[in-house]
Design a protein around this ligand. Structure first.
Ligand code: NAD
Length: 352
């Protein structure tokens, strides 16, 4: 049994799909179902005793204690977070509450649970913390990519809150011996991505004929990884990662934002041409994000060497899959956009 936090979100949701394509071991999902959580992402998998969803907050100690006692997981995978950098600039409170205080609460509950396990179970137990490359700050054009020993230098409230949670996880291993694993991954893209993030936003705006807003000069560089490749990395680190270690996960796909947008436009030109003109005509440069990190790049050599993980998608193949998924999954998208999803949620899980 796995306890997975935040698995109604983008990466956690993809992870649960990926998990059941390889394993029968059941999972319990703890998710607050914030605006970013979508039950529909994992709905087809939900079944009593196999995949259960509990709506709740990782910061709720009594709830976490109850779930641990009831389900007795052999591992906890911690995806839950406030994850959108722009939102963290305008309202950092929720980021501190969930990413720092909530992670601390989960670690405290886990420490108590793990401390009471039989020796063999305690040794086999794992707490896997899912984090980001943004904790390392920004790179200049010629700097080497982030490695696991790059000093932390977070620049946004989001990355600072994730850095704090990474440090807590590290401390719980060093201080209490909790068997932790941490992954720091580059930018993900793929199915079930909430349409406030760059790639789904561009696809959906393009399809609606709306402007495609590109920050600043469009030359900020991100290292992109197809989400299922990230999920596979997490699955392998859970199975084979060395306790207390950190693994950087990246696709060696350093791409400028403007090139991300033009790649999407060209895919759309091929798959669903506009009535007149090309999608690239919709590109509009907008005022840069404050404190916008210039470049992120991950050196994944440790996970490749120690775990044997390699990404399977190139950026072009991953974007093609992603664009096709958004073209084929209008109901998932409409549910989020029309508010029908929110209404349905309230009837299923009550108002929060
Ligand atoms: P997301 O915003 O899509 O999903 C987050 C999920 O957590 C949602 O389902 C939300 O309802 C849930 N949640 C939020 N607050 C909660 C709380 N207090 N208690 C319980 N559940 C709560 O995020 P994502 O993009 O899927 O990211 C998942 C994890 O991966 C995060 O920890 C993020 O920092 C990390 N990460 C993301 C990326 C990326 O490119 N998206 C890259 C590297 C690492």
């Amino acid at each position: 049994m796995l306890l997975i936090t935040g698995a109604a979100g983008f990466i956690g949701g993809n992870f649960v799909h990926h998990w059941f394509s390889h394993h029968d071991e059941p999972v319990v999902v703890l998710d607050k179902l914030t605006y970013a959580g979508n039950v529909r992402t994992i709905e087809p998998l939900l079944a009593p005793g196999r995949c259960e969803l509990v709506r709740g907050d990782v910061g709720d100690r009594a709830l976490v204690d109850r779930l641990l006692a009831e389900h007795r997981p052999r591992a906890i995978l911690h995806f839950a977070a406030e994850s959108h950098v722009d939102r963290s600039i305008h309202g950092p409170d929720a980021f501190i509450q969930t990413n720092v205080v909530g992670s601390f609460n989960l670690l405290e509950a886990t420490r108590a649970y793990w401390g009471a396990l039989a020796p063999g179970e305690a040794e086999a137990f794992r707490f896997l913390h899912v984090s980001t490359d943004e904790v390392y700050g920004s790179l200049a054009e010629t700097d080497p990519a982030f490695s696991e020993t790059t000093p932390y230098a977070p620049n946004s409230p989001y990355s600072a809150s994730k850095a704090a949670s990474d440090h807590l996880v590290r401390a719980y291993h060093h201080t209490y011996g909790l068997p932790t694993l941490t992954t720091n991954c580059s930018n993900n893209y793929g199915p079930y991505h909430f349409p406030e993030k760059l790639i789904p936003l561009m696809i959906l705006n393009a399809l609606d004929g709306k402007p495609l807003p590109v920050y600043g000069d469009g030359l900020n560089v991100r290292d992109w990884l197809y989400v299922r490749d990230h999920c596979e990395a997490i699955r392998q680190v859970l199975a084979r990662g060395r306790v207390g270690e950190v693994y950087n996960v990246g696709g060696k796909n350093e791409i400028r934002n403007i090139d991300v947008v033009t790649t999407i436009c060209r895919q759309l030109d091929a798959l669903r041409p506009r009535a007149s003109g090309r999608y690239e005509d919709l590109i509009t440069y907008v005022k840069d994000r404050p404190g916008h990190d210039r470049r992120y790049a991950i050196d994944p050599s440790k996970i490749e060497r120690e775990i044997g993980w390699q990404p399977t998608e190139t950026f072009a193949s991953g974007v093609e899959k992603t664009v096709r998924w958004y073209l084929d999954n209008g109901a998932w998208i409409d549910g989020i956009r029309t508010g029908a999803y929110r209404q349905w949620l309230e009837t299923q899980y009550g108002k929060q």
